[in-house]
Design a protein around this ligand. Structure first.
Ligand SMILES: [Zn+2]
Length: 418
C-alpha cells in the first residue's frame, strides 16, 4: 500500500551516519574527488577538487590546496571531467523500454511493476543520471520508489514525480489512470496529486503517439481545462507541465501559463509544421521546452511515423533554439527500445546536433534542468550546500560531447555507485 506521506517534504539538514546502500559501498564521512577538469553546471573551472561531507558538497576548490588529512581521496586523473550528475527532465520509470509498453502494462501488477521501476532507476543512475523527473506513472508508484531511493540513495536517482498524467477519458495514456474531463474534475485531480505528495502536475494537452486510437496532432483539452489545471497547481505551489504535439495544443498550453511544455513537435496529421508566431510566443513566455531528445542508435523507435517525422522535429528544435527558447534535456526514457533508461547522454549529443555548444547542452542537463524541476537548491551545480551527486567522464568533454558516455565514476549523495 502506498502511503500519503509527501516526498517533497523539506530536506533534512541533520548530519547523517554512513549510509550503506542496498548495492554499493558505504558513504565516507569526508570525500575529496579530484579531477583535471571541473564543469560546475554553468562553466568550466579548470582542475580542482570537490569536497563532500555526508550527503552534500562542502567546497569546490580550484586553488590546488591539499584535501583535509581525514578525507577519503578519489583522484580521477588529469584528463577526466567532473560535473554535477545529469538531470533527465522527462522519463517514465514504469515503462521498460521494450516493445509495446502500453499494451503490456495492464497485464503487469503493481509489485512486478515496482520491481521493474527499481531496475530502470538503477540503469539511469549507472549512466550518471542522478535526478529524473518522472512525468507519468501508474498508481503513484514513482512516489513509493522515490521514498525508497531517498532512504537508499545509492540505488537510484532522486525522483521528481507527477503521478498519473491528467488525460481525457480514453485519451493519451488513459491506461495510467489519470482520466479527468471538465475543469472541476481537472482541479480535483490536481488536488489529489498535491495531497499524495507529487512535485509537479502533468497534463496531456494533446493526443500522443504511443496510445492506440489517440491522434497526437489533435488537442485533448480546451483552454478552460488547461487554465484550471495551471491555476490549481500554482495555488498549491506546484509547477505544471503539458504534453503537447499539435500546434493548437502548444499555443493553448503557453496561453494557459504552463511552466513547461514537453515534446513541442508541432505535428500535423501527416508531418510537422511550426508557425513563427507560435515559436515567438514560446520564447516570449519564458516557458521551459522539454525536448524529449535522444535515441540509442540502431534500436527500434516507438513507431515508423515517429521516425519519419524525426528530421522535421529536429528542424523545429533548431528554430526554437535559434529563436532563444529555454530548452532542457529530457529523453522520454522508457517508452520504446530506442529510449532505454540510460539514453540521456545521446539526448545531450542531439542538442549539440541542433546547434547548442557543448556547454549549453550540459547546462540543459544540469543547472537549467534543475531550475525546470524546481530542484535548483539541491541539484544541478557543483557548489557548497548542493547534494553530492557527481558524474566523472573521460577526456575532451567540451570538444567531443560523446565523452559523456565514457563514465569513470558516479556518486549519489556522496555514495559511489560506479
Ligand atoms: Zn512522456
Amino acid at each position: 500500500m502506498i502511503s500519503d506521506q509527501p516526498q517533497n517534504a523539506p530536506h533534512d539538514r541533520a548530519p547523517c551516519p554512513p549510509d550503506r546502500g542496498r548495492t554499493g559501498p558505504a558513504r565516507p564521512a569526508v570525500l575529496a574527488v579530484r579531477a583535471g577538469n571541473l564543469f560546475d553546471g554553468r562553466r568550466a573551472l579548470g582542475p580542482g577538487t570537490v569536497l563532500t561531507e555526508g550527503r552534500r558538497i562542502t567546497a569546490v576548490d580550484t586553488s590546488g590546496s591539499m584535501p583535509p588529512a581525514h578525507a577519503e581521496v578519489v583522484d580521477l586523473g588529469a584528463g577526466a571531467w567532473l560535473l554535477p550528475g545529469l538531470i533527465d527532465t522527462h522519463v517514465h520509470l514504469c515503462f521498460d523500454a521494450q516493445d509495446d509498453v502500453a499494451g503490456r502494462l495492464p497485464d503487469t501488477d503493481d509489485t512486478t511493476l515496482l520491481t521493474a521501476m527499481r531496475a530502470a532507476a538503477r540503469t539511469a543512475v549507472h549512466a550518471g543520471v542522478t535526478t529524473v523527473r518522472d512525468l507519468g506513472d501508474r498508481n503513484y508508484l514513482s512516489l513509493a520508489l522515490a521514498r525508497d531511493i531517498a532512504a537508499h540513495p545509492g540505488t537510484g536517482p532522486h525522483i521528481v514525480a507527477s503521478g498519473p498524467p491528467l488525460t481525457v477519458p480514453g485519451g493519451h495514456c488513459h491506461f495510467l489512470g489519470g482520466e479527468a474531463r471538465g475543469a472541476d474534475a481537472v482541479r480535483a485531480a490536481v488536488r489529489e496529486r498535491h495531497a499524495r505528495g507529487c512535485s509537479v502536475v502533468k497534463v496531456m494537452a494533446s493526443g500522443g503517439v504511443m496510445t492506440p486510437g489517440s491522434a497526437a496532432h489533435l488537442s485533448q483539452y480546451g483552454p478552460r481545462e488547461l487554465r484550471a489545471a495551471v491555476e490549481e497547481a500554482h495555488r498549491l505551489g506546484l509547477p505544471a507541465v503539458a504534453h503537447v504535439h499539435g500546434g493548437q495544443a502548444v499555443v493553448d498550453a503557453v496561453d494557459a501559463g504552463f511552466d513547461g511544455i514537453e515534446h513541442v513537435t508541432f505535428m500535423t496529421v501527416d508531418g510537422v509544421a511550426a508557425d513563427a508566431g507560435a515559436i515567438h510566443k514560446i520564447v516570449r513566455s519564458g516557458v521551459f521546452v522539454g525536448t524529449t531528445v535522444g535515441q540509442r542508435p540502431g534500436a527500434r523507435p516507438l513507431s515508423t511515423g515517429a521516425a519519419a517525422r524525426r528530421s522535421g522535429i529536429r528542424e523545429v528544435r533548431r528554430r526554437l533554439l535559434s529563436a532563444g527558447a529555454r530548452m532542457t534535456a529530457g529523453s522520454d526514457a522508457g517508452i520504446a527500445p530506442d529510449k532505454p533508461h540510460n539514453v540521456l547522454p545521446h539526448g545531450i549529443e542531439a542538442l549539440v546536433g541542433i546547434g547548442m555548444t557543448p556547454v549549453e547542452a550540459l547546462r540543459a542537463a544540469t543547472s537549467e534542468a534543475a531550475i525546470a524541476c524546481r530542484a535548483q537548491d539541491r541539484k544541478g551545480m557543483l557548489a557548497p550546500g548542493r547534494d553530492a551527486d557527481l558524474l566523472a567522464v573521460g577526456p575532451g568533454l567540451l570538444t567531443d560531447i560523446t565523452a559523456l558516455r565514457d563514465v569513470r565514476a558516479v556518486f549519489r549523495e556522496g555514495i559511489r555507485v560506479r
